[in-house]
Design a protein around this ligand. Sequence first.
Ligand SMILES: NC(=O)c1ccc[n+]([C@@H]2O[C@H](COP(=O)([O-])OP(=O)(O)OC[C@H]3O[C@@H](n4cnc5c(N)ncnc54)[C@H](O)[C@@H]3O)[C@@H](O)[C@H]2O)c1
Length: 437
Amino acid sequence: MKKELIKKLEKKEAKMAVLGLGYVGLPLAVVFAEAGFDVIGIDPDASKIDALNKGQSYIPDVEAEVVAKLVKSGKIKATTDFAVLKDVEAVSICVPTPLKKTGDPDMSFIDTATTDLAKYVHEGMVVVLESTTYPGTTREFILPMLTEKSGLTVGKDLFLSFSPERVDPGREDFTTINTPKVLGGITEACTEVACAWYSGAIETVVPVSSTEAAEMSKLLENTFRMINIGLVNELAIMCDRLKVDVWEVIEAAATKPFGFMKFTPGPGLGGHCIPIDPLYLSWKLKSVNYNARFIELASEINTQMPRYVVQKVQDALNFQRKAINGSKVLVLGAAYKPDVNDLRESPALDVIALLAEKGAEVSYHDPYCPSLKAHNGEIMKSVPNLLGAVENSDCVVIITNHSEYEYDAILEKAQLIVDTRNALGKAGRKNEKVFGL
Ligand SMILES: NC(=O)c1ccc[n+]([C@@H]2O[C@H](COP(=O)([O-])OP(=O)(O)OC[C@H]3O[C@@H](n4cnc5c(N)ncnc54)[C@H](O)[C@@H]3O)[C@@H](O)[C@H]2O)c1
């Protein structure tokens, strides 16, 4: 069975499916289709399926012309119907892994997708989980769902692995195709089959000895970032107390050619990965009576950054003898990072909510996010005339340093600015009306 399947995968004759066609799944489907595989995308979101079948892309990093070409040639098809899986040999699972309100992992998407997959799982199938999750998920959660009812034997007639996605939305130098992909199977045979499949489309596949090692490697990468961001956020708070310019300190330290990696402070964590994934790890550790202290501490520091920013707005307004209550505050940039339209977990949403709670008249501008849903459920629209709004606001808070903003003009027109990203650079740091972190 293994040899036969590997042969089919190497010849790209195996039919494959991607479950979940979001920021991770759509680029993956495109990369495999471009490599020559016939790909079926499955997603319960009918609007995504409709768009895809019309040859449209809804993910900024995926070029519309590429999708149009692949759909037209029949290399990519999309459906909401899981029954197509009965004729599919290779399945990638790319569904969301958010947190519940209580901060615990929300496994419902993996659960639902695997339940649907289990209805059609068959001999000679290879399955790879891509969603970021706690170590043990593939073996403890997914494996029994796919084998108990079907009676299939893993490593013999079903091949199950984990391969973490490393996509960095907005990045052009490293994309799905040329970012090395770690991959670990339940058995050696599972790793072998999945490597044979993925090597047909991804430039470098890095096999590891188990699903747990692969799951943990992703959590190390994201925890590393989260903790280092927590460290520089605290550095910003410490520098503020000591009246030292944190940006100058970081730039100076970054001239060391070894042993230092530059991270920059900001208004808090955002996106679907860094604020969430390490908490999957700390949750799992609690089940073995271990408290993941670095994660808890960094999370505490990062989570309070929006409050720290609002305090800065209050201090800045106070400097001009104004109260936050009744002041017009314009938030610049709502996406969680520059030059993308992703609002998930964005600290801008927390800053907007906290400012409104204190009575500020809040508006926002973001060229990538024409509207957003505030925490109170209100739909807000990006202000149309940026410089006019800057001029008319008591305070402008730069949350996301999109590269298309004309910072010189913003600096000139604004009455008061809180720059949480050093978007204005030295010119801002020297200017009386600009407050940093
Ligand atoms: N976005 C990133 O930058 C990034 C990077 C690396 C890893 N990841 C991880 O990849 C996973 C997916 O993230 P994403 O950003 O692509 O999420 P996303 O929300 O953009 O896409 C997930 C898709 O899955 C679909 N879906 C939901 N339930 C489903 C089901 N039962 N069956 C099939 N499809 C279903 C949703 O409709 C959605 O289209 C997460 O675990 C995330 O942590 C994300």
